[in-house]
Design a protein around this ligand. Sequence first.
Ligand code: BTN
Length: 264
Amino acid sequence: MNDLRRLFDVLETQVFGRAHEHHDVLASTNDRASSWLREGGSHGLVVTADMQTAGRGRHGRTWCSPAGENLYVSLGLRLPQPRADFGAVSLAVGVGLHRGLAPIDGLALKWPNDVLVDGKKLAGILCESRWSAGAVELVIGFGINVRRVGIDPSVRELATSLEEVGGTIARVEVLARVLASLESTLQGFFDEGIESIFDAYLKANEQIGTRVRVRSHGETFEGLAVAIDHEGALIVRLDDGTPRVVRAADVETARSGASESNPS
Ligand code: BTN
């Protein structure tokens, strides 16, 4: 179970993961990575845990984190000069994870950065940032379902695991590959911005051109997902032709053709 303690032996990165803490149990690896950064931990630090007692998902949801079967990881970055399009970093992280997990048949990104296989969730990402002493401290947390037994029964219909889709289940190898991919993808993003990942993101995202249902700030509406803008927002065209810019939301495939638009 503690294969992750030998991460250093298999790492191929320059920086990411070179400082690494592994814990049997943590409340949340994101919390530990954030406090380690605050204590002076170095750019690229990585925190892993076999189990989380208070794992967090996007939009205040819980991320079920049972012991020993999955990957719960947080990467801590210190960015002195974040770019103007820094808001799109979560899309870049999605591309990095997607590249690190490939090749898997049916692997796709759902806006903004859920990693799916044939519509079922394989991995989720939670990016959290704060300003400190003129720099942004960014924590990139990701959970990857590795084995089916590690998926909570309440979400088994909606989720999948590396075991089920034919990926490797050696956690340390998966993590080393993902960290290498994140390092190169994020370096490109920090140097050149969203252009560096835009085409790869659009290729991996299967929602553009499909009808979606958006839940955002207590409002639900449907429309056609038509584009991603250069700040990483999703552009949805309502049935009356009005474009909506979606920056933070849950976006699902709309199953009915009927309009439920509520643009007000
Ligand atoms: C989501 O899809 O809602 C995001 C899930 C992110 C879960 C990971 S597990 C490691 C890290 N620590 C947390 O508390 N959350 C993230």
